[in-house]
Ligand binder design. Structure first.
Ligand SMILES: Nc1ncnc2c1ncn2[C@@H]1O[C@H](COP(=O)(O)OP(=O)(O)OP(=O)(O)O)[C@@H](O)[C@H]1O
Ligand SMILES: [Mg+2]
Length: 271
């Protein structure tokens, strides 16, 4: 299977994790907006076919449909980011009954038949796990790099390892790890606590020789405001926005040195 360049896209950056609910979509949305604010042309593809969340995170009103012309979908622009999600094209009930191959096919279509407009970085918000959808993306798309999101608990770290291993096998460089929900600061007394433990992100970073790109606090900012979950927008000068601005700078630097991944495609058998 050849990797084909996605029309209108220079680089693809996958945001992934082995485990569900660790904050991939949150990180993908905030990073997309941070990159757009820093002057890049950014696309955001919600690859979660079964449980799309970028429409909501990016504040796209429910029921918004993309325009279709010449057999391509026009991305929906929100906060300066070109967005595409299964939730823009399907009813909320349909996707749940799809089986693997159909979901992979839907992702390929969303990726290749969206009229991305000179996108420098297409951020792909991956669904949890290391199954069909993840392999489809890693095998078919020219992914330049990946960011693996994890929370500090041992169980999440175990899954993060699987995520890193998967990208390694398909020769996609892992740009770094984001440790999410790393600490919690009590809003009453200001005491900082590492609810899920400490040092986990550092341990896998060391083991795989990849940097920890950011440590994000467990914070209510992530679920308040109009654009729910995007503190980069709601508090553009806050510490979370600063962390994402720094991450955006690192990503730009790493992409500048990265060629879209090519090389032989390896078939992987799920274990
Ligand atoms: N740092 C944080 N502080 C507080 N809440 C957070 C933080 N990060 C994420 N959340 C919340 O945790 C929930 C899960 O986050 P999110 O949907 O981004 O995870 P995910 O990894 O994309 O999940 P899935 O595997 O289902 O796609 C959301 O309700 C989100 O608002
Ligand atoms: Mg998600």
């Amino acid at each position: 299977m050849d990797k084909q360049q996605i029309p209108g896209v220079k680089h693809v950056l996958a945001v992934a994790s082995g485990k569900g609910g660790v904050g991939k979509s949150t990180v993908a949305a905030n990073l997309a907006v941070a990159l757009a604010r820093s002057g890049s042309r950014v696309g955001l593809l919600d690859a979660d076919i079964y449980g799309p969340s970028q429409g909501m995170l990016m504040g796209v009103p429910q029921g918004t449909r993309p325009e279709v012309s010449d057999n391509t979908l026009q991305p929906i622009v929100a906060h300066g980011v070109q967005c595409m999600s299964m939730s823009f094209v399907a009813s909320s009930k349909t996707p749940a009954v799809w089986r693997g191959p159909m979901a992979s096919g839907a992702l390929t279509q969303l990726m290749n038949q969206t009229a991305w407009q000179e996108v420098d970085v297409l951020i792909v918000d991956m669904p949890p796990g290391t199954g069909d959808i993840q392999l489809t993306l890693a095998q078919q798309a020219p992914v330049s790099g990946a960011i693996v999101v994890t929370t500090p608990q041992d169980l999440a770290l175990l899954d993060a390892r699987k995520g890193i291993e998967m990208f390694r096998q398909v020769h996609v460089p892992v740009f770094g790890i984001v440790e999410n929900m790393a600490t919690h600061t009590c809003s009453n007394c200001g005491h900082e606590e590492a609810i899920f433990g400490t040092g986990g992100g550092d341990r896998i970073a060391e083991e795989y020789e990849v940097p920890v790109l950011a440590r994000l606090p467990l914070s209510m900012e992530f679920r308040v405001g109009d654009a729910a979950g995007v503190p980069v927008l709601n508090e553009p000068d806050g510490p979370v926005a600063d962390a994402f601005a720094a991450m955006a700078a690192v990503v730009i630097a790493q992409l500048a040195g990265a060629a879209p991944s090519s090389g032989p495609t390896i078939s992987i058998v799920d274990d």
